[in-house]
Design a protein around this ligand. Structure first.
Ligand code: ADP
Length: 363
């Protein structure tokens, strides 16, 4: 062969080698998992993400058959289609190992060293699908929660229009029902707006040293009419000197929600007691009631949006089902947490944990 021919052959070889190398290099740069298989569906290359997603603790993916790694018919067929028919496809599948994860795979034929191969790029959709479910559920809850009072308002307006407006014995009662339902819608819309503001990260907190006892006294005054109406007594056992590190307005909101619930879900002649203790550089504010308590089946879900142990009762006593979700977010914005302990028939204690003032949270 001439020198020039030799040069061309070498150049081609080196170009081919480079193209294979480039493909492998591209795999490494992808955030998604990627796997390349040869004719016999044997894996010839994969990236770190594919190892993290699919390796199931049994070593590198290379040289394994695809079905040993991903046992899914649709994925296997997708790769065969690329290898045998030169066709691209998209496949959605679930991968079960410890937990269920969902993926969408784009499988495409590629030529490497003049041979047909197939590359699959796997995009994880678990989180997106979860968020989509949460969004759908939230929307359906919101429309349900708004529809119930609205239906009632429309029914009573119709009754009044049909003549009840002149019924002296009942017209004021009907108007009161309309007002109550309109107020419920108002509260709900306020809570939704508040929650969405908090969740979108648009709320910042400005912690200061706050005298807890005076704040609680103020809140007791605000809620005294409600407590008296239900024959519930409000107490606190907080020393006048005790200070906590929090955003005043937000802490007010948190405690108002918890005291309000403690009054609403209390028993006749019951009491609400607030105490504060210190533990591991945090302040624990406890709001304890003597109500019916919350069963262990409900406890883990109590801070979810719209979760209520008794939907009808909560509506009746004027709840939106969003109060505790708001409390949870606000506690977390302070770097703290909210938790609950409860004994059926005896009552519940909601605990707000707030980090104390330190050099770090001062900066
Ligand atoms: P709601 O507007 O219904 O009070 P929340 O988010 O504040 O909504 O509370 C959610 C649910 O948690 C309530 O409907 C009730 O079932 C339960 N709950 C909250 N606080 C208490 C409490 N102190 N005692 C018993 N159940 C409670």
């Amino acid at each position: 062969m001439s020198l020039l021919g030799d040069w061309f052959r070498k150049k081609e070889e080196s170009t081919e080698k480079t193209s294979r190398q480039i493909s492998f290099d591209i795999l490494k740069t992808l955030r998604e998992s990627a796997i390349i298989v040869g004719e016999d569906t044997q894996i010839i290359a994969s990236n770190q993400q594919a190892y993290d997603d699919f390796a199931r603790k049994n070593g590198a993916l290379e040289n394994k058959r695809l079905t040993e790694v991903i046992r899914d018919r649709a994925v296997h067929d997708g790769f065969l289609k690329a290898l045998e028919n030169n066709e691209s496809s998209e496949v959605k599948f679930d991968f079960l190992f410890n937990e269920k994860r969902s993926f969408s795979a784009k499988i495409t034929p590629i030529i490497l060293e003049e041979k047909r191969h197939a590359i699959g790029v796997f995009y994880e959709t678990t989180q997106i699908e979860h968020l989509e479910r949460v969004r759908q559920e939230f929307l359906s809850n919101v429309s349900h929660e708004l529809r119930t009072p609205l239906t009632s308002i429309l029914a009573f307006v119709e009754t009044l229009e049909d003549g009840a407006i002149d019924d002296k014995a009942n017209n004021q009662r009907f108007l009161a029902v309309i007002r109550k339902n309109a107020e419920r819608m108002h509260l709900l819309i306020d809570d939704i707006a508040e929650l969405s503001l908090i969740e979108s990260g648009q709320i910042t907190i400005e912690p200061r040293e706050i005298k807890l006892a005076s704040l609680v006294d103020e809140l007791f005054t605000n809620l005294s009419a409600k407590a008296t109406a239900r024959n519930v007594k409000l107490f606190h056992k907080i020393s006048t000197e005790k200070k906590v590190w929090a955003d005043k307005m937000r802490l007010e909101q948190v405690l108002t929600n918890l005291i309000d619930n403690a009054i609403k879900f209390n028993r006749e002649n019951g009491s609400v007691t607030i105490t504060c203790e210190e533990k591991d550089q945090t302040d624990l504010i406890n709001v304890t009631d003597e109500g019916e308590g919350i069963s262990s089946e409900h406890l883990p879900r109590i801070f979810e949006r719209f979760y209520r142990t008794d939907r009808a009762r909560s509506r009746e006593i004027g709840g939106t089902g969003l109060g505790l979700a708001i409390v949870k977010h606000l506690a977390r914005l302070h770097g703290g947490e909210v938790s609950v302990t409860s004994t059926l028939g005896q009552g519940s204690t909601f605990i707000i944990q707030l980090p104390q003032k330190t050099q770090e949270n001062l900066s």
